[in-house]
Structure formats: structure tokens, C-alpha cells
Design a protein around this ligand. Structure first.
Ligand code: AMP
Ligand code: ZN
Length: 303
């Protein structure tokens, strides 16, 4: 496939019956053919990290509000946040709610925040699991996977509001965190290249919010704390990040009070596969009919 505009590839994905327009920009339904690609990517990622003795955990796509506060997400990415609100009023307020809906006005004003928010990254729920006493000498490892939400509606089919992320996380000492990053840069590249994708690993930065955020982004780049695995999806000029490795330094150690074996503040790092983006990269690379993909790629996904 040659360079695509966002719209063309999005239309092709929908016309091919792989994904369904779910009614608002950045939100898609998925059909079985698409979900089989997702299952293949998740299974390959699990096999790639299987030797590390990580604890596999699953969490719902909503997290406690206190957890979002503790991760400092509101400081860094307030514009991507998704908060859950619910109705706690009486009959009178209920009537008002229905009137507002009927009149096509803003009805959210009568709602109140629930105790949960939408999860922006798969790994956030694992850090509170590390707070009871110093970590073992070789740290702790988690495999965690599931739906994430970021409020970044876009016509780019690869920029979704709800998408899946599959992560391998290390929490321990700084050397262990560096090693985790280094191992996964290689493993991640090998894994994605084994699917026939052209991968480049580039230094990147998160889209930190505001003026202070610009400084945080510059610092992240200078210290090469974020590396992205990029490949063409909608453009060859600006390829898309389908996975990333993040070195958080002692950020989560500090905010969650996690101690490494030595008693020092723990460091952490994670490797995250953007599962939906990887599926789109494969569809872009090998065509919209997965049954016609190269046999070696099919064998990696569905052994
Ligand atoms: P990050 O924590 O930003 O490095 O995200 C990890 C991975 O999730 C990225 O490398 C992307 O592949 C994927 N990802 C991030 N944001 C989105 C999005 N809006 N839509 C689809 N995938 C995303
Ligand atoms: Zn993570």
C-alpha cells in the first residue's frame, strides 16, 4: 500500500468489515477477523516475555480515582483524562436530567463523579501491588494487558480513544530497570520484525501538557527515557509508534512509596505493545485480508 491519508485507510478498514464506526471519532467496534489479529499479537507478546517469571495480572479498564491522582497523570496529561460520572440525585433532579436530554442540552451538569476513572495506561494498577516492604533482590515483574482510554479524538484510525496495551513491567533497582529497557528494545524489535514490519526505534517524548510540560518533554528526550518502535501505518514520512519502552526513573517509586531490596526508592521501566496499532500496522503492511498474509507471519501469530 502506498502512503495513505487518514481517511482512506480508515474507510478501507471499515469497508473491509474489520472495524466498525462506533459513532464518534476515535471509537471503533471490532469484528471477529480483527479480534483474531489482536489475539495473535497478545499471544505472541506473552510468549516473547514468558521466560522472565513475570506475574500476569488483569485489571478492568477503570481504576480508582485515587490511583489516577497518585500517578500524577492529572499534572502531565489533564487533556487526555477520562472521568466516570454517575447520577446520585432524587426524583426532582431525575426529572431535570430527562428534560435536559430531551431538549438536547448539557445533561452532564446534574451528574457527580464516581470513585472510578478510565485507565490511561495498562501498567498503572501494578505499582500499588509493590508497596508492602522492600522488593526482592531481583525486583518484581508484571505482565498486564487490557483496554486503555485517552481522550484524543482523531480522524487518524491509529489514534483511538479506547485501545489495548500489553505491557511487561519491572519494578526494582535502577540497574534492573535499565536492563529491562535494554532487553525489551531488542526483544520488541525482533518480535515486531518477525511479523514482517519495518521497525525503527527512536527517542521520543510524551505529549506533556502546557508550559511546564514542554520542559518535561525536553528532559525526557535528553535522558532518552522514552523509546518508540515506529512503523508506517498512515504515513511513511511520519511513522506511527506501535510500541514503546519507558524508563520512569524513581517516579512511581516515589509517588507510591516503593522500596527496592536495598531500601532505596525503587525505579521502574515498562515495555508496552500498542496492540491495536500493531494490528493496523499489519493490515497496512500485508493487506486487509489476514488469510492472505505471508505464511511465516501467520505462523507467528497463530502457531
Ligand atoms: P505510551 O504509554 O504513550 O508509550 O503508549 C504505549 C503504546 O500504546 C504506544 O506505543 C501506542 O502503540 C499505544 N497507544 C498510545 N496511544 C494510543 C492511541 N490513542 N490509540 C492507539 N494506540 C495508542
Ligand atoms: Zn507502562
Amino acid at each position: 500500500m502506498a502512503d495513505d491519508t487518514y481517511g482512506t485507510f480508515r474507510d478501507e478498514l471499515i469497508d473491509s468489515g474489520l472495524v466498525i464506526d462506533a459513532g464518534v471519532e476515535g471509537l471503533y467496534g471490532r469484528t471477529l477477523a480483527y479480534e483474531q489479529i489482536i489475539a495473535g499479537i497478545i499471544s505472541l507478546t506473552t510468549r516473547t516475555g514468558a521466560g522472565d517469571g513475570a506475574m500476569t495480572v488483569h485489571f478492568p479498564p477503570v481504576i480508582p480515582r485515587w490511583l489516577l491522582e497518585r500517578t500524577d497523570y492529572l499534572k502531565s496529561f489533564p487533556d487526555l483524562t477520562g472521568s466516570v460520572h454517575t447520577f446520585r440525585g432524587d426524583d426532582k433532579l431525575h426529572a431535570r436530567l430527562l428534560t435536559l436530554v430531551e431538549e438536547g442540552r448539557d445533561w452532564v451538569e446534574v451528574l457527580e463523579p464516581a470513585d472510578v476513572v478510565l485507565r490511561p495506561a495498562a501498567c498503572h494498577p501494578v505499582y500499588p501491588l509493590c508497596t508492602d516492604g522492600p522488593l526482592p533482590a531481583d525486583g518484581r515483574r508484571f505482565e498486564v494487558q487490557g483496554w486503555c482510554f485517552r481522550h484524543e479524538p482523531s480522524p487518524d484510525p491509529a489514534r483511538m480513544m479506547a485501545f489495548r496495551m500489553h505491557e511487561f513491567v519491572y519494578v526494582g533497582d535502577p540497574e534492573g530497570a535499565d536492563a529491562h529497557r535494554d532487553v525489551w528494545v531488542q526483544r520488541g524489535t525482533d518480535m515486531l520484525e518477525s511479523l514482517g514490519l519495518d521497525i525503527e526505534v527512536v527517542v521520543a517524548n510524551d505529549p506533556f501538557f502546557g508550559r511546564v510540560g514542554k520542559m518535561m518533554a525536553a528532559n525526557q528526550r535528553e535522558e532518552a527515557l522514552k523509546l518508540e518502535f515506529v512503523t508506517p501505518i498512515t504515513s511513511t514520512q511520519s511513522p506511527t509508534a506501535i510500541s514503546s519502552v519507558n524508563r520512569h526513573q524513581d517516579h512511581f517509586g516515589l509517588t507510591f512509596g516503593i522500596r527496592s531490596a536495598s531500601g532505596a526508592v525503587a525505579h521502574s521501566a515498562c515495555f508496552a505493545v500498542g496492540v491495536d496499532r500493531t494490528a493496523l500496522a499489519l493490515l497496512h503492511r500485508h493487506g486487509l485480508d489476514p488469510t492472505a498474509w505471508p505464511e511465516e507471519v501467520r505462523a507467528r501469530l497463530w502457531p
